[in-house]
Unconditional design. Structure first.
Ligand SMILES: [Zn+2]
Length: 378
């Protein structure tokens, strides 16, 4: 194996150098597409449905028929200001270095090595998207690619998270926005007739109900993913100390285990809100939007075992099975019927003020990808 630390570092640094917040990734997508072409891949840049976030698809075919394995990642980053990209010793620093342009550099390097080796069956593909990070991205482009566009594969490797763990399950996640309102205009508190519905007091009841439900959920630990959660992050309401308000808005998340579903979560939340609406005489509207579904893979699935074997071969260590609370794109592949695993290089500072990715991790991930691709395509 001849993974080049220099090449993978330089590509990671080059990708990090192009700003690409969620929804605005065209420049970095075209750069990545050029680099994939240079390593011998057939590359398409799909920009008809999502022109501001083109999907990059690279393909490299082996000599004989065989399965298709796709390496997947996102080129968008969270839009949080970051110091200018730089290389600090053996660490690539900059927004997106850890989440997850470094991983896409590792994927490209793995395909380059596989192509140089030759003699593999089937096909390896790389798919890079630009609508990943919520709330602006919810994987719409990847969902569209695997749905309407009919892209398919036999196995998917989602190149982030799980650097030193074999993920067998993660929670699903949705954002909620609850709008509580009453008819009429805001008015002086003393002008409001007795019994005028009060959206802030109704919001208090909703918050209490969510707190009670959170405590109930905390009692059930699901294997690998722990307890489901219900979380409020924002409360907005009222505009003056003695005005009787007309609206209040609550924003947060609901996360569920693979044994539960978005539909069931939605039904439960709507029932809870309907009851409070009846008691408070307020109108309560719910906007519940999927971020990603829950994910699980059979702990004895051949793809997962092949990943564990490949990790052991490269590192000499065991890749223990575990679970995650965060969501990612394995759920989209799984929902499309494509078995998927998570594996990426381990950086630090995803979504934090400072992101860093050690070059050694980029190399390790690329080596695991090469080993895994050789197993799946031989
Ligand atoms: Zn990410």
């Amino acid at each position: 194996m001849s993974v080049s630390a220099e090449r993978v570092r330089d590509l990671a640094f080059e990708l990090v150098g192009v700003r690409s917040p969620t929804g605005d990734t065209a420049r970095v997508a075209r750069l990545y597409a050029r680099r994939l072409t240079e390593i011998g891949m057939d590359v398409m840049v799909l920009d008809d449905h999502f022109p501001a976030t083109p999907t990059v698809i690279g393909r490299l075919r082996g000599g004989e028929r065989g399965p298709t394995v796709v390496l997947n990642g996102h080129l968008d980053t969270v839009e949080i200001p970051h110091a200018a990209p730089h290389i600090d010793g053996d660490v690539v620093c900059g927004r997106g270095s850890a989440d997850m342009k470094g991983a896409l550099a590792s994927a490209a390097e793995a395909v380059r090595v596989l192509g140089e080796q030759g003699g593999f069956k089937g096909e390896v593909a790389i798919v890079a998207t630009g609508l990943h990070e919520a709330p602006d991205g919810r994987g719409e482009d990847l969902t569209h690619l695997l749905g309407e566009q009919g892209f398919t594969a036999d196995y998917a490797i989602v190149c982030e998270l799980a650097a030193h763990e074999a993920i067998v399950a993660h929670l699903g996640s949705a954002t909620f926005e609850i709008t509580i309102s009453r008819p009429g205009m805001p008015m002086h508190e003393l002008e409001a007739p007795r019994g005028t519905p009060h959206p802030l007091l109704a919001a208090g009841q909703v918050i209490n109900a969510i707190a009670r439900r959170t405590a109930e959920l905390a009692e059930t630990e699901h294997p690998f993913v722990g307890a489901e959660t219900f979380f409020i992050g924002e409360v907005h309401g009222g505009d003056f100390y003695n005005r009787h308000p007309t609206t209040c808005r609550l924003v947060g998340t609901r996360r569920w285990a693979p044994t539960n579903s978005l539909a069931a979560v939605e039904t439960e939340l709507r029932e809870l809100l309907a009851e409070i609406a009846k008691v408070t005489l307020c109108e309560i509207a719910l906007d519940l939007r999927l971020v990603r579904g829950a994910y699980e893979i059979d702990p004895s699935h051949p793809l997962l075992l092949a990943l564990q074997d490949s990790y052991r071969e490269v590192t000499g260590r065991e890749l223990a099975q575990g679970g995650l609370k965060t969501v990612a794109d394995g759920a989209i592949f799984a929902a499309a019927g494509i078995p998927s695993v998570y594996h990426g290089p381990k950086g630090c500072g995803a979504h934090a003020d400072e992101e860093q990715m050690p070059v050694a991790e980029l190399v390790r991930a690329a080596e695991v990808y090469v080993t895994l691709l050789n197993r799946l395509l031989s």
